[in-house]
Design a protein. Structure first.
Length: 328
């Protein structure tokens, strides 16, 4: 079997053993992050590679990642040794701007991308305002106007039409970043109805409705009409926050404006953070922990020796006490 011989089977005939000794001797272990299904190295090689005549100019990536409870947007540059994070934004930070529910949907992805773009532009002092008119249509700043250019990096996520990672992309380009893209994967894109035309059709109004959470509002209205208790169960956080289906568009408009007004807003003292494990406000100062004994002086060491001696010899302690009283 180890030599790769053909074995006889009464039911299947000849079976060739493929994984023989030669196979295992030449087996090469894949990279760790490839084994963990975290990095697509074929895509990364193309995103990171920089021309030699660029004189070590950084090549930036707009990284968008979606988790079960959060949305992460980051700007990365790479060199031979490591990746450097230039700026980052998380959807749980949107609580500071008035959005406390629905932090993983398409609308929150748009807000997170917008927050990263405005934060990065403020950091470098760029003169880029993007577009404040959110109509869902194609928008891209001019590359020659000094805008910050980056390439989209969605990792191992599938590039399906309407995916939330493209909400991050739309928010970033509306915020003023230059990220080359098309409308092909935005919500509202449909296959061409005409057989002669291969270009898909794009409806900006559908995309705008998705940015302002109207898909969530429609589902809320549907569950309200059914009246089987699913609305109170599934949208409990919205009900506790006093948010109804007719309030979502106005809510997201206020969040967009708050992000543009101050993209670097600090966390409030009473804010518990993403994990919600703190009992109260974050303390300004922490008591310094000490894991070794504090160094004492020579006189203190002599006094400590006397105390130990007197504790072991009560007669000597009484004599010493009597001597002290005579001196007084």
């Amino acid at each position: 079997e180890k030599l790769g011989l053909r074995l006889w089977s009464s039911t299947m005939g000849y079976i060739k053993v493929v994984k023989n000794k030669a196979y295992f001797k030449r087996y090469q272990v894949k990279f760790r992050r490839r084994r963990e299904c975290k990095t697509d190295y074929k895509a990364r090689r193309k995103l990171v590679a920089q021309d030699k005549n660029k004189y070590n100019t950084p090549k930036y990536r707009f990284v968008a990642r979606i988790t079960n409870r959060d949305i992460v947007c980051q700007i990365f540059s790479s060199d031979l040794n490591h990746d450097e994070c230039v700026a980052s934004a998380f959807s749980h930070e949107l609580r500071r701007y008035g959005l406390t529910v629905g932090l993983t949907n398409y609308s929150a992805a748009y807000c997170t991308g917008l927050l990263l773009a405005r934060r990065l532009i403020k950091k470098f002092g760029l003169d880029q305002d993007g577009t404040s008119e959110v109509d869902g249509d194609f928008f891209l700043t001019d590359e020659d106007s000094g805008s910050f250019k980056a390439a989209l990096d969605i990792g191992l996520a599938r590039a399906t039409t309407g995916a939330n990672v493209f909400g991050c992309l739309k928010g970033a380009v509306d915020g003023g970043l230059h990220i080359p893209h098309s409308t092909r994967r935005f919500p509202g894109t449909h296959a061409a109805e005409d057989e002669d035309s291969k270009e898909p059709s794009f409806d900006p109004e559908q995309h705008r409705a998705r940015i302002f959470g109207q898909h969530v509002a429609d589902f809320m209205r549907l569950l309200q009409e059914e009246g089987d208790g699913r609305y109170e169960k599934q949208f409990k956080q919205y009900i506790d926050a006093g948010i109804g289906p007719d309030d979502l568009e106005e809510l997201y408009e206020k969040v967009h404006q708050a992000i543009r007004d101050d993209p670097t807003k600090k966390r409030a003292g009473a804010e518990l953070g993403h994990s919600k494990t703190r009992d109260g406000p974050k303390p300004e100062k922490y008591e310094k922990k000490r894991f070794n004994q504090k160094k004492i002086s020579l006189q203190q060491r002599k006094n400590r020796v006397k105390q130990v001696y007197h504790s072991m010899n009560p007669a000597a302690a009484a004599e010493a006490a009597g001597g002290d009283m005579e001196d007084d």
